[in-house]
Design a protein around this ligand. Structure first.
Ligand code: AHR
Length: 499
């Protein structure tokens, strides 16, 4: 049995969780929109064609913000194609994913869906093929009260009141050569600054996210952030980070260690933001929007064989397993522990496309990664406490001193509750975790939820949707402010403690 310990105190405050770190993402890609959230004629859809079963699960996940409409998709997108009478909307060859976009579902349909699903929009503008003009026009359409060309067009389309969309992304992954309209850091920084200026002149209440690097592995990483922020520091509020991990090498110990890489990524971007802050003698702090993160690789091979220029193919349909849920859990823990600077994060994506939720013509089911996300989103809101953790460590191919235990402590003062999230990364041994919570007085264990499976490759499918599902532990002890928990090998744990 491995042994680990954790000490925390209500005065060791890392910061408050911004609930928007439990955001997600819907891109016009594969079956995310078509069949995922919109499927007219389906027995699961309402009169508008919106899938009610998907809305129910999105509500269960408690997703505060949803990024839309892309992703790579946004870089060649004409937002005007997606509004107005559906039968007049153009079909287009969609260049990012080489499919056909019918535009049957567009901006106003998304806003209706978002309201029903209880999520706020995080809208991206096209800075690939387009620029300042399209960005200010779509903002006018969405947020201007009326009496102007685009706000009146919105009214003509049946939406009287402005949406007042608060969060906007200035393009997507503009550092990536795969992006339609890819730019150098200087080109993008200058365009982001000018676009931000125009958008904030029109609506000073909005918040803007500038594109950071598409990954820590990008050769331009670091220089990109510094150059872009040098241009647009004063006009933007966040810089984005994206990361996807894979286990192509089938080295599960190394795969699970990637949460360390994610943490380094965050720390490096924070350092770059603060370097530019210092250089500019600015009082303003730029925070982080980790607006794409997940595991993505299971579907790579199948996607290479897909037929091109079809509508809504089965694209990026990763089927997630137990070890993916563990890494997603560790990534959530990393986001929580960096809550002082990461204010927005989007699990990419939400439905059918590298997603926690899967749909078919006959039903809906929860992938393995659904559970850590649902637990963190529902129970990980409050104040994050810094803890002193002592855990045994291992070395893997790409990382040294990887703790077997990943943990985060969230204090929910309103409910007199402390929630500990923990991942035991050992494949051989259970872990005895001793927690010293004496600063909270006499504590008692409310619930210990465990997600684990003997087989790291176990998956949930439509035929067997509950292969990997949470269960409750009965093996823990609390005594005089000290608690001992057993974290099974290869498990995700949510421990709720009352004081
Ligand atoms: O989420 C899938 C894709 O990954 C997004 O479209 C893009 O931004 C990223 O490369």
């Amino acid at each position: 049995m491995l042994k680990a310990s954790l000490i925390t105190d209500k005065y060791f405050v890392t910061g408050k969780v911004d609930p928007r770190i439990y955001g997600s993402f819907i891109e016009h890609l594969g079956r995310a929109v078509y069949e995922g959230i919109y499927q007219p004629g389906s027995p699961f859809a309402d009169e508008m064609g919106l899938r009610k079963d998907t809305i129910e699960l999105v509500k269960e996940l408690n997703v505060p913000v949803t990024r839309y409409p892309g992703g790579n998709f946004v870089s060649a997108y004409n937002w005007e194609d997606s509004v107005g009478p559906v039968n007049e909307r153009p079909k287009r060859p969609e260049l990012a994913w080489q499919v056909i976009e019918s535009n049957e579902f567009g901006l106003n349909e998304f806003m209706t869906w978002a309201k029903l699903a209880g999520t706020e929009p995080m809208m991206a503008v096209n800075l690939g093929t387009r620029g300042i003009d399209a960005a200010r026009n779509v903002l006018e359409y969405c947020n201007f009260k009326g009496g102007t060309y685009y706000s009146d067009l919105r009214k003509k389309h049946g939406v009287d009141e402005p949406y007042n969309i608060k969060l906007w992304c200035l393009g997507n992954e503009m550092d990536g050569p795969w992006q339609i309209g890819h730019k150098s850091a200087t080109e993008y920084g200058s365009l982001a600054w000018e676009t931000a200026k125009a958008m904030k002149t029109l609506d000073p209440n909005i918040e803007l996210v500038a594109c950071g690097s598409s990954g820590l592995w990008m050769p331009t990483f670091g220089d990109w952030e510094a150059t872009v922020l040098d241009y647009c520091y004063d006009s933007v509020d966040y810089i984005s980070l994206h990361t996807y991990y894979n286990n192509h090498a089938n080295d599960s110990a190394d795969f699970l260690a990637n949460s360390l890489g994610m943490n380094d990524f965050i720390k490096s971007v924070v350092a770059t933001c603060d370097y530019i802050k210092g250089k500019k003698h600015s009082k303003k702090q730029i925070n982080l929007s980790f607006d794409e993160w997940n595991v993505w690789y299971h579907s790579n091979e199948a996607d290479r064989k897909l037929e091109k220029w079809v509508h809504a193919p089965h694209q990026l349909e990763d089927v997630y397993n137990m070890e993916d849920a563990l890494l997603v859990g560790s990534m959530l823990i990393t986001l929580i522990n960096n809550c002082d600077r990461v204010k927005i994060a989007c699990l990419a994506q939400l439905v059918n496309v590298i997603a926690p939720i899967m749909t078919s013509d006959t039903g809906i089911w929860r992938q393995t990664i659904y559970y850590p996300f649902m637990h963190a989103s529902n129970f990980g809101r409050g104040t994050v406490l810094t803890s002193i953790v002592d855990s045994p460590v291992y070395d893997s191919k790409n990382y040294c001193d990887v703790p077997y235990l990943d943990s985060a402590v969230v204090w929910n003062e309103e409910n007199n509750e402390i929630v500990i999230f923990g991942v035991n990364k050992s494949f051989e041994e259970d872990m005895e975790l001793t927690c010293d919570l004496r600063q909270f007085g006499d504590v008692k264990i409310k619930e210990h939820i465990i997600l684990t499976h003997e087989n790291l490759k176990a998956e949930n499918t439509e035929a067997a949707p509950d292969t990997v599902a949470p269960m409750l532990s009965g093996k823990d002890v609390a005594d005089d402010g000290k608690c001992t928990f057993i974290l099974p090998k290869q498990s995700w744990n949510v421990i709720k403690i009352l004081y």
